[in-house]
Design a protein around this ligand. Sequence first.
Ligand code: PLP
Length: 285
Amino acid sequence: MSRIAYVNGQYLPHRDASVHIEDRGYQFADGVYEVVTIVGSRMIDEEGHLDRLWRSLGELRIDAPMKREPLKMVMREVIRQNGIRDGIIYLQVTRGVAPRDHPFPDDIPTSLVMTAKRLSMEKAAKKAQEGVSVITVPDIRWTRRDIKSVSLLPNVLAKQEAKENGAYEAFQVDEDGMVTEGSSTNAWIVSKEGKIVTRPTSNSILAGITRASLIRELEKNGIELELRSFSVEELLSAREVFITSSTSYVLPVVKVDDQVIGNGHPGLISLKLRKIYEKFMSADA
Ligand code: PLP
């Protein structure tokens, strides 16, 4: 089945899909995005992602490209036309196309692009069984990390540094030596004392939808959580480390920089939380 992209009202072959050179997303990174997991052809946490999309748009004063219900219909159609069972849908909204000038242009339509792709659940499960490694890098981003903006250059540089060091992810570290989050994931530890810890939401991190759903599942299961920042020092001496995101779900980390975490295998709590999250996904799908 050939890939289909949605571009401003049209469903086009992926290879022919394009936007204008003066789209403000291309010239100024003046736009926002969402990535939604698809399991069994259904979206996981659809409402949470749409809430966050509307919030990001509101913070940047970008008009919504359409009302929420029609947008959901387009998302479903993109999934259907691409024949996706398990994978992701990517949705990008920019302020639109206008002659290049920094201030907001008057009365131009918002641009909306969607693509979808398959992901292998088997490969993801294998990665979770083995665990991944992470490096730490300085957090050089702007102070509105709560907005899911397409301005991702620091994240791109962080992920490239991870790749060049044979790691899966880079944890970004603020000026106080505290971990903010991964380049495209939220960061969690199980502390030396056995407590599950993740950073509270603020302008310093993206409020991950996977993070929020896992927190809800922890509450439902009566599992204690400490919402607080943790330092690199605490990270390196943690019993367990894991990350969450729409594409990683709950993924154990077995090495940070040169430090092996625990016995170098995925921790029992991380694996249990992945199971809990998988159960949530099958119920939501
Ligand atoms: N933090 C950052 C910087 C991200 O880019 C992402 C996802 O892309 C996340 C966290 C995880 O968010 P979610 O669980 O909504 O995928």
